[in-house]
Write a new protein. Sequence first.
Length: 115
Amino acid sequence: MSDSVRQNGVDAATVGETSPEQRVPEWDTSAPTPGGTSGTGDLLDEDVVGIDPAELDDDDLLREVHSLHRTRLDTLRHASDSALANHLRRTAELETEYLARHPGREVDPSRLRSA
């Protein structure tokens, strides 16, 4: 295998062994949280990352999820590491909220694999 290294210094051989969150240096406990506070609890203008998903009604929650999924590929391919980290974080927040609200969601049988 080659000794190639990604631009941010991550060994290419370990990329498959780590999650995107682990490869993005901006993903840490001091990062912005829903509602616009940093990990330290201080409210900063640049930390506003969206409304807390728990505060969204069902229509707004689905609209936000749809918007993130629509922009996913462009963000993955062309956005900065910081923007990708924010996209990953927000997607996880919104999808977690959706699953919490709809634990028995309808599963389309045509989407299931045969055993």
